[in-house]
Design a protein around this ligand. Structure first.
Ligand code: CMX
Ligand code: CO
Length: 146
């Protein structure tokens, strides 16, 4: 079951300048940043609020590290802007399977690695009224005994 807006993915040419815009304009700070080689992006997660399902909502600022990545190609065609939305779920495998049965193309056979150890998959924008849609299950909280 999809229980929150996990994040909005925003494509930008210069991650550091875009982070600075969000800090200076709204006061949002970087909660986490990483490079996701598989997705071809350098990214910053800005935490906006916690959500009633125990998760949180973020802005995900994305700068391509390769021109032929999904974000690199999209930026070349469209310029900067909102690239995708992501819904959070406790069980991305189950939700992806259920949505696949509704004749919506799920882009990956199995979820892949997303921000902060999450597992993610995507739905084809052409099957979602023009919106590239991500499903995400956060990593479980770290075990305090280890
Ligand atoms: N939002 C809406 N429509 C989009 C889109 C987007 N982000 N990206 C592509 N499209 C549309 C294009 O406009 C195009 O439509 P037209 O045929 O009408 O022009 C069509 O989809 C095909 O687009 P394309 O430019 O030929 O691109 P591809 O088919 O090569 O790739 C997609 C599109 C969705 C399969 C690819 O972007 C993808 O695999 N995305 C998932 C992975 C991803 O986005 N990773 C980055 C984020 C990582 C993260 O969130 O952690
Ligand atoms: Co995302």
């Amino acid at each position: 079951m999809l229980t929150r807006i996990d994040h909005i993915g925003i494509a930008c040419f210069d991650l550091d300048r875009t982070v600075e815009f969000y800090r200076a304009t709204y006061g949002f700070e970087v909660f986490h940043s990483e490079v996701n080689e598989e997705q071809g992006v350098r990214e910053a997660m800005l935490k906006i609020n916690e959500t009633s399902d125990g998760g949180a909502s973020y802005l995900q600022l994305l700068e391509p590290i390769r021109e032929d990545s999904a974000v690199g190609k999209w930026l070349a065609k469209n310029g900067e802007g909102v690239h995708h939305i992501a819904f959070g779920t406790p069980d991305v495998d189950a939700d992806a399977d259920a949505i696949r049965k509704k004749d919506v193309r799920v882009l990956y056979d199995e979820p892949r690695k997303g921000s902060m150890g999450s597992r993610i998959t995507f739905l084809h924008p052409k099957d979602c009224h023009g919106v590239l849609t991500e499903l995400v299950t956060s990593a479980p909280p770290a075990d305090p005994e280890h």
